[in-house]
Structures are given as C-alpha cells and as structure tokens.
Design a protein around this ligand. Structure first.
Ligand SMILES: Cc1cc2nc3c(=O)[nH]c(=O)nc-3n(C[C@H](O)[C@H](O)[C@H](O)COP(=O)(O)OP(=O)(O)OC[C@H]3O[C@@H](n4cnc5c(N)ncnc54)[C@H](O)[C@@H]3O)c2cc1C
Length: 125
C-alpha cells in the first residue's frame, strides 16, 4: 500500500481565518491546533506538512426557520443533518423521508398539512 491517509478533527473557540485556496495557512492552523501533543501527532503533522493532497474544511450547521416553501421540501442532509461530528445522518435522512412519505399519504393531497405533520412528528422523536 503506497497511500496512507490521516484525518484530523478539532474544535475551535474562535472562527478560523483562512482562504479556501491558501493551503499553507490551513496547514499552519492544523499545526497550531495539534501543537504539543504526544503519541504519533508530531509524525502525522510532519507528513501533513509535506502532503501533496491536503483538504481542510469546517463542519458547519445552518439552522433554518422552515424546511418547506410551496410544494418543495428539504429532506435528509439538505434539511436536518446533525453534522459529521455527531453522526447518524443517514438514519435521520431515511427516517425523515419515511415519515414525510407517510404524512403526505395520510394528508390525502394536502401537502401543507403533510409537511406540517411530518415536521411535528420529527420534532417529537
Ligand atoms: C465522509 C463521510 C462519512 C460519513 N459517514 C457517515 C456514517 O458513518 N454514518 C452516517 O449515518 N452518515 C454518514 N455520513 C453522512 C451521510 O453520507 C449523509 O447523511 C447521507 O448521505 C444523507 O443522505 P441525503 O440523501 O440527504 O444526501 P446525499 O446522500 O448527499 O444525496 C444527495 C444527492 O443529490 C444529488 N444532487 C445534488 N445536487 C443535485 C442537483 N442539482 N440535481 C440533481 N441531483 C443533485 C447528489 O449528487 C446526491 O446524489 C457521512 C458523510 C460523509 C461525507
């Protein structure tokens, strides 16, 4: 195997300032976040420093007032993903779609009632 990958996850108390194309700055932020750690961290950081393939991003969650507009509704990640740090998003997407389908069927063509009832049911569970 000639390809090893490492994933670093960290939480920052402040918003990180970097440009999405400024890889040098991103690597600097990574080094700062994991500075002084033991175990294999220094070696992994050294590898990350010279890595040709490097991806750096934030885990961001937007909260919206509504998931629906007119006859259109969001489902799954687009509407209510808990985020990669929490997990279970696939289950949530499937259960959310299942509940939505059930409530739309029960509403007998009244999509606004179906959307409303699906959201209320999901909020209870
Ligand atoms: C690296 C990684 C690891 C993950 N691990 C886990 C895990 O262990 N457990 C877990 O529960 N979840 C995990 N998830 C999250 C999980 O993949 C998602 O929560 C799940 O796929 C959401 O399903 P979805 O149908 O809402 O969205 P998606 O799976 O993103 O499906 C959206 C679809 O819409 C398509 N699309 C986008 N724009 C358009 C357009 N304009 N027109 C037509 N089609 C379009 C996309 O191509 C895609 O096929 C992980 C995600 C990532 C990225």
């Amino acid at each position: 195997m000639d390809d090893a990958r490492a994933l670093f996850l960290f939480r920052s108390a402040r918003e990180l300032e970097y440009h999405h194309r400024d890889v040098a700055r991103q690597k600097q932020l990574l080094e700062e976040a994991f500075a002084g750690l033991g175990w294999e961290a220094p070696r992994l950081l050294a590898e990350a420093r010279r890595a040709q393939v490097f991806y750096f991003d934030t885990i961001t969650q937007l909260r919206m007032d509504t998931w629906t507009r007119g006859r259109v509704t969001l489902a799954g990640d687009a509407g209510y993903s808990p985020g990669a740090a929490v997990g279970g998003s696939t289950s949530l997407a499937i259960v959310g779609a299942y509940v939505l389908a059930g409530e739309l069927a029960a509403a007998g063509g009244d999509h606004e009632k179906g959307f409303h009832d699906a959201r209320r049911r999901c909020a209870r569970t």
